[in-house]
Design a binder for this molecule. Structure first.
Ligand SMILES: C[S@@+](CC[C@H](N)C(=O)[O-])C[C@H]1O[C@@H](n2cnc3c(N)ncnc32)[C@H](O)[C@@H]1O
Length: 218
């Protein structure tokens, strides 16, 4: 069923240049209907010195997976990236609403597409894969890793940001996800000092992954 598009409330997010993105969130719906803290932390990391204050995004082919509202993809597109913002098909109206609402900030391009993990494919590899808070249920881990793998060439960077949760099966999900990823990818933890000075937190992690070479795969 398509997510209802009425009854939204706005989350504003300021860019370094003072422009304000306005992101619609749904009052009622599944987890993807609101902006999660990990997405905000990741957005603000995109405009740090690691990316030449945001300049490095210009012209890059970027895919956001599990985008929900699409805030992270819209943010990258505002910095000039060519972004395909993806989630389950029922989120396309919300992602499109947020692309349209922020079109005047977008200096690259942004489009919304369905990309069901492990089931659908974009049929190409990209420069960068972004994901925020996508590690949260067991059955999705293998399909998520498979989808990320399918988007990656030897030169693709994957940035994964998530809140480290300590309750229930969440630590086990994180362990499993990282184990699966590290069969295919090298990993670097992005230290807090390299993140935005305000939008960062001890319990929100940013990791960069890149494909292992043939000789590194065990
Ligand atoms: C916790 S939300 C995070 C949303 C957004 N990235 C953020 O941080 O604000 C997880 C997202 O993953 C999406 N998702 C879950 N299972 C999926 C699947 N099998 N294929 C594609 N997307 C999926 C959900 O629809 C949801 O939007």
């Amino acid at each position: 069923m398509a997510a209802p598009i009425e009854n939204t409330f706005i989350r504003e997010l300021e860019m370094k240049n003072g422009e304000n993105l306005k992101i619609h969130q749904l009052e009622v719906g599944d987890v993807g209907c609101v902006v999660w803290d990990a997405a905000l932390v990741m957005c603000k990391y995109l405009e740090t010195a690691d990316f030449d204050a945001g300049e490095s995004w210009r012209g890059l082919d970027v895919v956001e997976v599990g985008a929900g509202t699409g805030v992270l993809g819209v943010f990258a597109a505002a910095y000039g990236a060519k972004v395909t913002i993806t989630d389950l098909p029922e989120f396309i109206p919300l992602m499109n609403l947020n692309i349209d609402t922020n079109q005047h900030h977008i200096t690259g391009t942004a489009k919304a597409e369905s990309l069901k993990w492990g089931e659908e494919s974009l049929g190409r590899t990209v420069d960068c894969v972004l994901m925020a808070d996508c590690i949260y249920y067991d059955q999705s881990l293998g399909p998520l890793v498979e989808t990320v793998r399918s988007l990656c060439s030897d030169r693709t960077a994957v940035y994964c940001c998530y809140e480290q949760r300590t309750t229930g099966n969440k630590p086990e999900l994180e362990r499993k996800f990282l184990e699966m990823m590290q069969e295919i990818f090298n990993v670097e933890d992005i230290p807090l000092e390299r993140q935005d000075s305000h939008f960062r937190s001890e319990d929100i992690l940013i990791k960069r992954f890149w494909k292992k070479s043939v000789t590194e795969v065990g």
